[in-house]
Every structure is written in C-alpha cells, then in structure tokens.
Write a protein that binds this ligand. Sequence first.
Ligand SMILES: [Zn+2]
Length: 345
Amino acid sequence: MRAAYIEQYGGTENILVGERPDPQPGAGEVLLDVKAAALNHLDVWVRIGRGGDSVPRPHVLGSDAAGVVAELGHGVDHLELGQEVVLNPGFSCRRCAACRRGQQSECEEFGLVGFQRPGTYAEKVTVPATSVYPKPASLSFGEAAALALAHVTAWRMLMHRAKLRPGETVLIHGIGGGVAMAGLQTARLIGARAIVTSSSDGKLEAAAKMGAEHGINYERTEDVAAKVRDLTDGRGVDVALDAVGAATWPIDLEAVRKAGRVVICGVTTGAEATTNLQAVYWNQLSLLGSTMGSDEDFREMLAAVEATGLKPVIDRTYPLDQVREATDRMERGEQMGKLVIEVAK
Ligand SMILES: [Zn+2]
C-alpha cells in the first residue's frame, strides 16, 4: 500500500510517501480501505518526537480517517464488509473502571491511531473495531475524516466539561484551527454566542459569516482580555475554549466572568504558563482539561451532525503525495478549517 510515514523525527522534509506492507487485522480489529484522512496538530508532535522516543519507526502518520470496511478480524460481528465508516481515533483498554464507566478517554491506556498505532495517511489501516462508526450519510468521506478528532474534542470540551448553555458566551482563540472551528460550530449549534480571536482579518470575517458575534485581531489589540470584557458589558465570557496554551492561558483567566470556566485541550504555543491563583479562587474559576472524547461523546457528536446537517469546514484537500505541503500550510497557521488528504476516489 502507499502511505505517508516517517523513518526519523524532524521537520516536514522527513515525511516520506511510498510503499509500506499491507496491514492485517488482528482479533477485534478491522481493516479499512481509507478514502480520506485529515491533518491534526498531533501529527506534528508525533513527527518531531515530542511524546518521547516511543513511536516504533517507520511510522505511518495521521489520526483521522473515513473509508470502507475491507476485512474483519476474528470476533468482529457488528460491522459489514463494504460498510462506509468514520474512525474515532481514540482507543482504550475497554476493561478498566474508567472504560466500564463509559469514560474511555480517562483510561490509563488511552491512545490515538497515528500515535500509539500506525496512522491513517495510508491506503489501508487496521483499527480496533470498537473505534469505527457508520459514516453520516450527509457527509462525504473527506468531510467525515475532517470531523472526527476536532469535533469530538470540541464536543466534550463544551458540552460535558464546560457545560456551555444556550445564550452563554464562549471565547475561542485562534479561529481557523480545527478545534477552534469545531468549537465555533458547536457553540452556534446550541445557541451560544462566540467571540473569536485571530491575527488574520480574513479569518475573522469568515468566522463572522459562520455566526461569531465578535472578532478580535490579537496582533492589533493591546489587551485582549480587556477587549473581551468591553464586549461583554464588563462582565467577561462564561467559557474560554483554549487549544493554544501558554500564549492565551493568562488571557483566559482575565477574560472569563466570576465562576467562569476555562477548558483546555492543547498547547501549540507551549505547555508552561503563569496562573494568577488569586484570580482563580477570588473569581471562583473552574479550570478544566479535556482530551478527545468517550464513545458516547463521539456518538452524540455524530447524532448532532445527522440531526442538523452540520458540515465541518474544509480549508483544502490534497492528494496523498502532498501530505508534506498540507502539513507546511498547517504549521504556518494559514488554514481556515481542516486540511484533508484524499487517499482514494
Ligand atoms: Zn480502560
């Protein structure tokens, strides 16, 4: 099969596209013919080896995929050959207390396809059978691939961790990124308001068309938190959704209202930040971490997509040969939505 993979850690020049052995599904696994995959910042961490020297190489990159069930491993009977499916990239042990409670992303053995298992930038991938779901009929393979990781992450962050309610206001940093875009769409879906930030006026205009109430260009705004308070009658937002990390964390703490919630799922600008502890207790803030989602989160997110016709925003689609170009675009932060890899027609 053809695949995009790394043999050594480093820059995008280390992404190779070529032949790799076809994988075989083990017990409890399925083989997918991948039709489309999608990029995530996680791919960058895996490629540069930030998670420790733990990935056996050569390693196929990529966490998101949609495709067709091509082979069933032993003991898999809830799926059919030829079925069109979307992959939930997260997987877990399915035996521990967290898994039995239905909180799979709290499992000690929680992992991601494309990180702890070979990834989806390939014509074929084997995955746990419990990680695949029927593809919403309203979505193309590219849209379904673009949906999975970003939308389940935003869904859990807003619906279950921050418990965002209709009419509340959420601050979303770095609009254009996958989780930020999914967060904006999810917030609008439930009738919440959104204030978004970006360094690009073009992205802020596009976000306004998607229903963002206010956009803040953080490069031209001296004090982003003060601007957020101005836009909320001095009160602050109810929720801050953060996938940016060190650069935006101090802003979150100043921009949320008393008893506000800050929910974070990523640290693209760094993992170490300063926290004003006085603001945390005096303002009675809730600081919430979130990782991917549970099986139920994924099902709920798919059901919402089916019920509302929501489609993830796709920035550009590339052929498998151009994973490197797609990744360069993501690392330059130029995208407005998801970057999709069309693997097969
Ligand atoms: Zn478990």
